[in-house]
Design a protein around this ligand. Structure first.
Ligand SMILES: C[S@@+](CC[C@H](N)C(=O)[O-])C[C@H]1O[C@@H](n2cnc3c(N)ncnc32)[C@H](O)[C@@H]1O
Length: 327
């Protein structure tokens, strides 16, 4: 074989190998979408599951074959298929520990967006299918709470915060967690997506948490708060709007009050591959904007009368940080 031909083959192999890590996510995504890990949970034959749930048996068999190769599924001598327990737990729809919504976001929102770049770059129209976008994003953001919440709670304790206003609170996850730890605090959230706000209101109706439906760009607060939070919100705001967002928060933060901003940051030390992919997603969508840098946020904060306190990593590999400012 000629050297050039061999190199060509080598390169083809390289790209095929690079694509291989896609397979487990594809398998998990399909498993989650059709709840296949649950269907096989107690052990079942392919034929039986196909018949009971009206699925194409050949295609289901291919999904099972891939699952066996990947180790997501096991097969006994009688041909009965059983999933690994961790997949039933984390990639089933009704499991409390499910992370399926994140797999859904990656596969149904992020990857299709990246694939639409060819058309977008050429100015062609692209239709994104985003009917339940608000719900998906609200749910996936909530996954981050587990790591970010203790950091937020530290600030609440240290600054002896008595009242909190959460801008873009989605399902009010941070407020609910705070209430468990600090039941006497005044807690209020603002959420622009009407459907999300409605569901959040429903969820907190038996508590003292107040959630209102509205856009911070038009919102006039008649009350000041010791702490204002804007978590995972900045990519909904253009640079000009971000400056105004900080101005608006500054009016809501009381004397000596605190501002917490949780966001992925660009040009930070960690997680830059993730931040760049995230930005590619944001830029493809109207009304979404690339994530800010730490420097940019410090500038807005300073202009709005805040002093910078600290930046702490929340998820290093994701380039996700918490920034704290004080009046
Ligand atoms: C990515 S979610 C983050 C939710 C939550 N803060 C968290 O960190 O888990 C951002 C939320 O902000 C809401 N939002 C976007 N723009 C807003 C605005 N102008 N005013 C109020 N809420 C807004 C979105 O509808 C969405 O539910």
């Amino acid at each position: 074989m000629q050297l050039t031909e061999y190199r060509r083959l080598w390169n083809a192999r390289k790209w095929m190998k690079r694509n291989e890590p896609f397979l487990p996510t594809w398998h998990a995504h399909l498993g989650y979408s059709l709840d296949l890990f649950k269907r096989f949970k107690k052990g079942a034959a392919v034929e039986e599951v196909a018949l009971t749930h009206d699925l194409n048996q050949d295609l289901l068999q291919r999904w099972v074959d891939v699952g066996l190769v990947l180790g997501h599924l096991k097969q006994n001598r009688k041909g009965i298929i059983k999933p690994k327990r961790s997949l039933v737990k984390y990639v089933s729809k009704d499991s409390d520990s499910s992370v399926g919504i994140l797999i859904k976001e990656m596969m149904e929102l992020h990857i299709p967006t990246m694939l639409s770049y060819r058309d977008l770059m050429q100015g062609k129209e692209v239709n994104f299918f985003e009917a339940d976008y608000g719900d998906t994003v609200a749910q996936t953001s909530a996954l981050l709470e587990t790591i970010a919440f203790p950091k937020v709670l530290d600030v609440v304790k240290k600054e002896r915060v008595k009242s909190i206003f959460d801008i873009g609170c989605a399902y009010g996850g941070y407020l609910k967690r705070i209430q468990v730890k600090k039941p006497k605090l005044r807690l209020k959230g603002l959420e622009a997506d009407e459907q999300v706000a409605k569901k959040a209101q429903e969820e907190v109706k038996d508590s003292d948490i107040e959630i209102i439906s509205g856009d911070i760009k038009e919102y006039e607060s008649d009350e000041e708060f010791d702490l204002v939070m804007m978590n995972n919100l900045l990519y909904y705001f253009s640079k000009e709007d971000r400056a105004e967002l900080f101005e608006r928060s500054s009016k809501i933060v009381g004397k000596k009050g605190t501002l917490i901003v949780i966001s992925p940051l660009v040009q930070s030390k960690h997680g830059q591959a993730f931040a760049s992919a995230f930005n590619s997603f944001m830029s493809a969508h109207e009304n979404m904007y690339p994530v800010p840098s730490e420097r940019e946020l410090k500038q807005y904060a300073k202009a709005a009368g805040f002093k910078f306190k600290k930046t702490t990593p929340v998820v290093k590999e994701g380039g996700w940080y918490m920034m704290v400012f004080k009046k």
